[in-house]
Design a protein around this ligand. Structure first.
Ligand code: SF4
Length: 477
């Protein structure tokens, strides 16, 4: 029987994304192929999406599928309760990384019917066909489907899909490395699965036909360069086919960066390189077991900077063996490699990771994992730490995190953010760092604008900045 289906990606906190949710677009394809009607509400990427209660009245769905990160579970709970209040007969399924890692945390949510673990693209149509509103949520575990059958994602189901300017491209899944804090092995696995390059290029060509504002492609693989030869071929093929599109690759490792690869990246329209550093103190870094060294990181940073590309890096505050003093070293390392943009994450002990086990044995784990940890995309924000040790207590972690943001200017200045900055300045007595940071902001804003201009996304970014800053954009509630 044909059903009306809503798929939802909630907006988390202050996040402002230009990238629509690929997983929901893939599910939409499968559901449309099965004859259902799908509307996708991506509150994270499309701020004109109407609030959920209005969409429920407008579309009268039989089934609602929601995706959720661990940091977004609070908003997911609120959305489910809105659906339940509107009509308790609507079947609600929740998937995504949090449902995969913590299914039992979700069992108590009233009005939730299914908790979907794993990659659901091969199961979703059957699930919708058989779905009934139940008393308690049922856990549905999905096998990992073969990636060569990856369907063409359907972004046409997205509210105002004509506004999409960034295309999320998946060329492979999984990562064979084993960083102590990372849960990728639980979500997409350590087995690296690759798509055919021809299929990836064809997908982008197809997208240009129905996305009139498309300017930029983002490769969102867990680790796209496991096979360097294939990665270089992918870059060459994209360079031939791109016709003005810019390219971004979000998850690289320092060891992937070579002179030759950087040359190919430039031809493919890449304007910045992003890789994970995680920590600049040798002891903390060594215990991550990244399979590379701080020297590898410094060498890769040097190569990127001398090639004229922007350098973006990810760091984590609060890993095992970290301390306030070691975070200061990490900040110095970040400055030394001259990264143009840094995402400072506050450590979250994700289930099934060695780092989480370490804190269970050597520290204390708080029930705050659902709090948002990435500040760089949404203004100045100091999250509640999820862990502490005797050597590195909660308040010191917050102070270290605030200092990292200030010293490296890793935030987008907004009126709301300015209040938070001043609060942190007085609370942690960070007067000199705060003043220095604010004085440097005009330069940072200029660099950020330049970055978006190179991606062809300046007007989209400006629109989102002003909407996010001066209005209470809908998070779906
Ligand atoms: S390289 Fe990246 S994806 Fe792979 S285990 Fe490390 S952090 Fe996770």
């Amino acid at each position: 029987m044909k059903k009306e289906i809503l798929l939802i990606n909630p907006r988390i906190g202050l996040t402002q994304s230009l990238t629509p949710h690929l997983g929901l677009a893939v599910l939409a394809t499968r559901l449309e192929q099965a004859g259902h009607t799908v509307v996708t509400l991506d509150y994270s990427a499309e701020h004109s999406t109407p609030p959920l209660d209005e969409c429920l009245r407008r579309y009268e769905p039989d089934f609602v599928g929601i995706t959720g990160l661990t940091s977004g579970v609070g908003i997911v709970r609120r959305l489910i309760s809105i659906i339940g209040r509107y009509n308790e007969n609507i079947v609600v399924a929740l998937g995504g990384p949090h449902a995969t890692l913590y299914p039992e945390d979700l069992r108590a949510i009233a009005d939730l019917d299914y908790i979907v673990q794993g990659e659901a693209e091969d199961r979703i149509a059957d699930l919708v066909d058989a779905a009934v509103a139940g008393q308690f949520p049922e856990i549905v575990s999905c096998e990992r489907p073969p990636i060569d059958k990856f369907p063409m994602p359907s972004f046409c189901s997205f509210h105002n899909f004509q506004n999409i300017s960034v295309y999320p491209l998946l060329t492979s899944k999984g990562c064979p490395f084993n960083c102590s804090f990372c849960s990728v092995h639980k979500i997409t696995s350590r087995a690296w699965r690759r798509r055919r390059i021809d299929d990836c290029i064809e997908e982008v060509s197809e997208a240009r036909h129905y996305l009139p504002r498309l300017r930029h492609v983002r490769i969102i693989d867990d680790e796209p360069a496991v096979d360097r030869e294939r990665f270089q071929l992918l870059l060459s093929r994209f360079a031939e086919a791109r016709r003005g599109l810019s390219l971004e690759i979000v998850n690289l490792r320092a060891k992937d960066i070579t002179q030759e690869t950087l040359g190919l990246m430039r031809e493919a329209g890449v304007f910045e390189v992003c890789f994970g550093v995680e920590h600049g103190n040798p002891t903390v870094f060594e215990h991550i077991e990244k399979g590379e060294t701080l020297e590898d990181i410094a060498r890769a940073a040097e190569l990127v900077k001398s090639s004229g590309l922007f350098l973006r890096c990810c760091f984590i505050v609060g890993l095992p063996f970290d301390s306030y003093e070691r975070t200061l070293e990490s900040i110095e390392f970040a400055k030394k490699i001259k990264a143009d943009f840094i995402h400072w994450n506050s450590f979250i002990p994700l289930r099934g990771t060695r780092a989480a086990d370490w804190f269970s044995a050597h520290g204390r784990v708080f029930d705050t994992k659902e709090q948002f940890s990435l500040s760089g995309s949404g203004g100045f924000f100091v999250p509640e730490p999820c862990v502490e040790t005797d050597d590195f207590k909660k308040e010191d972690r917050k102070k270290a995190y605030a200092l990292a943001l200030l010293e490296t200017g890793s935030y987008v200045l907004t009126p709301r953010g300015l209040v938070e900055i001043l609060r942190a300045m007085f609370r942690y007595e960070l007067y000199a760092s705060t003043l220095k940071s604010l004085v440097r902001q005009p330069g940072r804003i200029f660099k950020t604008l330049l970055r978006f201009r190179k991606a062809g996304l300046l007007s989209g970014y400006a629109r989102r900045y002003f909407k996010g800053t001066f209005s209470q954009s809908s998070a779906g509630e």
